[in-house]
Design a protein around this ligand. Structure first.
Ligand code: FES
Ligand SMILES: [Fe+2]
Length: 459
């Protein structure tokens, strides 16, 4: 009597979900204890239950980056994007408004957008032909009169991400209904983002590079949050041949500040004292920037900025630097925006966009793109260094041995008596700034604390 429910029918499923919950809780408890000791539980970088919970509790709960408004400048322009692993359409509708539509037909769930990018007034599902405006509104149902007389199209438009906001062109969405405003979520990070996106009208050049990496999505997020001390070792070969930022090559003396923000957003800012450097943008390009958009304090930080980098929790990072892919060519100011997308336990997809000042001459933008491709892209000199190292981490993280010994990794740099990375009370910006930012893991610890807190929160 297979169709007769019995008391035991829900048994295995409940047992399975209990096993899952208690296993995740156990790992989170171990992670909490590790963090108290300035360490991180290695297993969280390759574990299927943790990964599943991340999709729900992190990507399902918080603001996630979708794209830059300059990627969809015209009405009807669209791009396919993801929140965690969920597909969305990032589209500028016929009214000029930005929409983030869940790419799932309301009829049977087929995806309605079959291209990575394009321009369209409508999305027509390839299965039975239901047709939606680029606002998400359902306007066409074949055989509606004869087949679906009671169907109300107003009730069957494409679902939308309930929260979509833009911060100076950076569009974020959250699929949880109740989230703080984007600006509240970003908090002090807005002061720093203003330096790159309010001061400069940035534009995405070309399409994003995308490539899979056998590493967990948190590893590069943590790296961009503040791991500046891997550069002399991990990127030595690139620097030796004269590629990289002026500060990394030692052509410019700089002070490095590690800045811990709020909600897991962290920055590293190299300052070249007294110099008008503006991340390597030449004076004729700097003239096009919006000088009046910054406070005096922000302008001073922008002026002396060598390399700036950081991570907006959970998975958006950036690096803005004066660099070159060729020792014989002068540096340009490159802004590389990157997103670390979860694919499966121990595997992620990197997305990388090159941005340049919108008002710069086309030759300059082309050169920025060339430098971006030569440094931070799947074939870039810097990128390949990191990828070739990061891919070993998930192998050890998933090992039986890691579980047997509760293996942890060390994030204690900069703590303890005698550590030189001290709080700089005179730093003009918000958050907590540390001098000697290359000798501390403070940002990375903050990133993992935020991860732990978000993962541990009851819905
Ligand atoms: S699944 Fe889209 S029209 Fe049927
Ligand atoms: Fe690196």
């Amino acid at each position: 009597m297979a169709n007769q429910p019995s008391e035991t029918d829900s048994g295995p499923a409940t047992e399975e979900s209990d096993r899952y919950a208690s296993r995740v809780d156990e790992k989170l408890a171990k992670m909490g204890a590790a963090l108290d000791n300035n360490e991180v539980l290695l297993e969280i970088l390759h574990d299927k239950d943790i990964f599943e919970q991340e999709l729900d509790r992190i990507f399902g709960q918080t603001w996630v980056y979708i794209g830059h408004e300059s990627e969809i400048p015209e009405k009807g322009d669209y791009r396919r994007r993801y929140i965690g692993k969920d597909p969305f359409i990032f589209v500028r509708d016929e009214n000029g408004d930005v929409q983030v539509l869940w790419d799932s037909c309301r009829h049977r769930g087929a995806t309605v957008c079959r291209a990575e990018k394009g321009n369209t007034t409508h999305f027509r599902c390839a299965y039975h032909g239901w047709t939606y405006r680029n606002t998400g509104e359902l306007i066409g149902v074949p055989q509606k009169g004869e087949g679906f007389p009671d169907l109300d199209p107003d009730q069957k438009g494409l679902h939308k991400a309930p929260n979509v906001e833009s911060y100076h062109g950076l569009v974020f969405a959250a699929i949880a209904p109740d989230v703080p405003d984007l600006e509240e979520f970003l908090g002090p990070a807005t002061w720093y983002l203003d330096l790159y996106f309010k001061f400069i009208d940035m534009e995405v050049i070309g399409d994003p590079h995308r490539w899979e990496v056998d590493t967990d999505w948190k590893t590069p997020a943590e790296n961009f949050a503040g791991d500046n001390y891997h550069i002399p070792m991990g990127h030595k070969s690139a620097i030796d041949v004269g590629i990289g930022s002026e500060t990394a090559k030692g052509n410019k003396e700089s002070d490095l500040y590690a800045i811990t923000g709020h909600n897991g957003h962290n920055f590293s800012i190299y300052q070249i004292p007294g110099e008008d450097f503006f991340w390597g943008h030449p004076p004729e390009i700097v003239e096009t920037f919006n000088e009046d958009s910054l406070t005096d304090e922000q302008y001073e930080v922008a002026r002396q900025s060598g390399v700036s980098l950081g991570t907006i929790f959970p998975n958006l990072s950036f690096i803005h630097l004066g660099g070159s892919n060729d020792p014989d060519k002068p540096p340009v100011g490159l802004l590389s925006l990157r997103q670390w997308q979860p694919v499966e336990p121990g595997k992620m997809e990197a997305w990388s966009w090159t941005l340049a000042p919108k008002d710069a001459p086309e030759e300059y933008k082309a050169r920025v793109h060339e430098v971006g491709t030569g440094t931070f892209s799947p074939s870039g000199n810097f990128e390949v260094d990191d990828v070739g190292i990061w891919n070993g981490i998930p192998d050890s993280a998933e090992s039986v041995f890691a579980e047997k010994v509760d293996a942890t990794t060390v994030f204690s740099m900069g703590s303890g008596d005698g550590a030189v990375a001290e709080i700089d009370e005179g730093w003009p910006g918000p958050g907590t700034a540390y001098i000697e930012g290359g000798k501390t893991d403070v940002n990375q610890r903050d990133y993992y604390r935020q991860w732990h807190e978000t993962m541990s929160k009851e819905e």
